[in-house]
Design a protein around this ligand. Structure first.
Ligand code: 3MF
Ligand code: MG
Ligand code: MG
Length: 417
């Protein structure tokens, strides 16, 4: 192939993108509770060892692109859109007003707001630092985010306490730090009750998001399970207002099964919000687009969520790859992430109504026609002897659905050799 001059590269990407097919219309995409974070679209390709590769982009462009793509919801950290020094000032009110206008003009809703407690120097020792000033400031910031959330019409507030922890051992007393962190969440919930009452709006759903590593070396609340224990610890004044925002990759990173982590959140009634992406076990937070690494696991995750009637947001918390222009971010990365999600969601529906999976599952639950001694292990094994094969049959069937193999391999390739 001939080299492709730079002025023909966008056209090439667009032509191949449309040749891929399988795209949903913006109207179809809007039917799902899919949210796009400000920070995902505005990710500039930077990392600890990486300089940015893309220019910055403001909320106006991000919201406009989301609207055009059919991503019906938007979410943000306070400081993604408001400089730290403008928080709580007139400048904040001006920016929030402009965001509201931009959302309305593009038919996009704000689903969630979150407080950045990990980037600025004030969080060098985390949001529950020993210094009382830092802790008071943390309360001020989360209360302020609650105000912004109500102003923008959000229903969720998320908290990612990745800076709650330490690098060196012994200086931080863990129970004290957790107690202090709870005080910030309590301040947010109490403010929420007040504001919601004044505005006649429901209170927000406050969601904790765990990540096992980063940015602290040792994390005090590293998993969704740790957070469930924290919510039930008695430290929160309004535990009923607080639930989880699990992130798919964050559970995979520590070696957990994301589907099992979601199941534990579900049985606790705490699955409020869900960050969707993909990646690898026991690696750093690579934040790859949903379904690009583990599509089979994703199909199974969505079977679980569909069958339990999960109706919260699916938040595209991933990093569009470290490319050198913004073009592909909106031309390829976001639409394909959304469309893979929708396809997997549709397939999950197919799996749930599949007569083979249903009959196999029912048979496993019915067990063998056993009338013998209920304490006789060998007789129980004998009565169920052939049923366990159905586990593998179900797994095979799910892979068939995922790869379209239940329809046979309809594409024929030229015979080689
Ligand atoms: C970090 C994350 C965060 C959280 C966000 C929500 C920057 O790994 O996943 O994204 O999702 O802070 O509050
Ligand atoms: Mg992540
Ligand atoms: Mg996240």
């Amino acid at each position: 192939m001939k080299p492709v001059p730079v002025n023909e590269q966008q056209a090439l990407v667009s032509r191949l993108m449309s040749a891929c097919g399988g795209a949903y219309s913006p109207e179809t995409r809007r039917k799902y509770f899919i949210s796009g974070p400000q920070w995902a679209a505005a990710y500039e390709g930077h990392a600890l060892f990486h300089a940015p590769t893309r220019p910055s982009i403001g909320f106006e462009d991000v919201i406009r692109h989301y609207g055009e793509l059919g991503i019906g919801y938007w979410c943000t950290h306070d400081t993604d859109v408001i400089p730290t020094e403008a928080i709580g000032k007139q400048q904040q009110a001006d920016i929030v007003g402009r965001i509201k206008a931009e959302l309305a003009a593009n038919n996009v809703n704000c689903s969630m707001v979150t407080t950045e407690t990990f980037h600025h120097a004030v969080w060098a020792a985390g949001p529950a630092a020993e210094s009382p000033e830092v802790r008071e400031y943390a309360k001020y910031r989360v209360r302020n985010t609650v105000d912004i959330g109500h102003e923008l019409g959000a229903s969720f507030a998320v908290y990612w306490p990745g800076s709650l922890g330490y690098f060196v051992q012994g200086a931080v007393e863990e129970t004290e730090t957790l107690r202090w962190y709870a005080q910030a969440l309590n301040a947010a919930c109490e403010r929420d009750i007040e504001v919601a009452k004044r505005l006649g709006r429901p209170t927000l759903k406050h969601c904790l998001e765990a990540k096992p590593f980063e940015p602290q070396a040792e994390i005090l609340l590293p998993t969704s399970d740790a957070m469930l224990a924290f919510i039930a610890s008695g430290l929160l004044t309004h535990p009923e207002m607080v639930g989880l925002n699990p992130e798919y990759l964050h559970e995979l990173m520590w070696g957990g099964a994301p589907r099992a982590a979601l199941a534990r959140a579900l049985v606790n009634g705490k699955l409020f919000h869900f960050d969707i992406n993909d990646g690898y076990r026991l690696k750093h937070d690579v934040d790859i687009g949903v379904g690009l690494v583990n599509p089979l696991d994703w199909l199974n995750v969505l079977v679980l969520l569909r069958s339990h009637g999960y109706n919260g947001p699916f938040n595209l918390d991933y990093k569009p790859p470290r490319t050198t222009s913004q073009f592909g971010v909106f031309e390829v990365s976001f639409p394909t992430a959304v469309d893979r999600f929708i396809t997997l969601w549709e397939m999950a529906g197919e799996a749930l109504t599949d007569s083979i999976i249903r009959e196999a599952t029912d048979a496993l639950k019915a067990g063998g026609a056993f009338t013998g001694d209920p304490h006789d292990a060998a007789a129980i094994v004998e009565a169920n002897k052939e049923l366990l094969t159905l586990h593998e049959l179900i797994a095979h069937r799910l892979v068939q659905i995922l790869l379209g193999l239940h329809r046979g391999r309809v594409i024929s390739l030229p015979v080689l050799g």
